[in-house]
Design a protein. Structure first.
Length: 177
């Protein structure tokens, strides 16, 4: 069963939910987890979002991270491999009806990993610093969720151009220096 796409107003409890989950992940992965960041719409104060915590994990090694899949399974995550993005490891927590977290893991100190880490963090910081653009993004997401409540692909495709445009601006922003 496909889950409904629901975009909610910003919830000030999201940062604490991230922090608690990040601590569990740090404990499970130890030194493999070089850094853990809160990304995605729930990380941007005031931004409407699907109630799903996106986590960016900088890993010492993807091969080493793969050996910890069992530890992440114990935390409730489902390992999904690259899931369409080479050089990434993707994990999701919760089933279709109660999905709560995604982990997007990349290998630090690698060209693919460092570019992905920078792109995600720059976009988050850009939206956090530009409330007008964040509001536009929130309105777009609400519109797409209303138009495509049962079709995640159409929802994601509808956001693509906005994300590409503003990621490019974020990477050129002085905030990214």
């Amino acid at each position: 069963m496909q889950r409904k796409i629901i975009v909610l107003p910003y919830d000030p409890r999201w940062p604490a939910a991230f922090a608690a989950e990040a601590e569990h992940i740090r404990t499970a992965l130890g030194a493999v987890a070089i850094d853990i960041h809160h990304i995605g719409s729930t990380s941007v104060p005031g931004l409407a979002a699907k109630p799903l915590i996106d986590i960016l994990l900088a890993a010492r090694s993807l091969d080493e991270l793969d050996s910890f899949d069992g530890a992440l399974v114990e935390l409730g995550y489902e390992p999904m491999g690259e899931f369409g993005i080479p050089g990434r490891r993707f994990y999701r927590k919760g089933g279709n009806e109660n999905r709560s977290h995604h982990i997007h893991a990349f290998q630090a100190c690698s060209s693919v990993g460092d570019a992905a880490l920078m792109r995600h963090l720059a976009f988050r910081d850009y939206l956090s610093a530009n409330s007008t653009i964040a509001k536009e993004y929130g309105a777009l997401k609400k519109q797409l969720a209303a138009a495509h409540p049962d079709n995640i692909e159409d929802y994601m495709n509808g956001k693509h151009a906005f994300i590409q445009e503003h990621q490019a601006k974020a990477l050129q922003s002085p905030l990214n220096d």
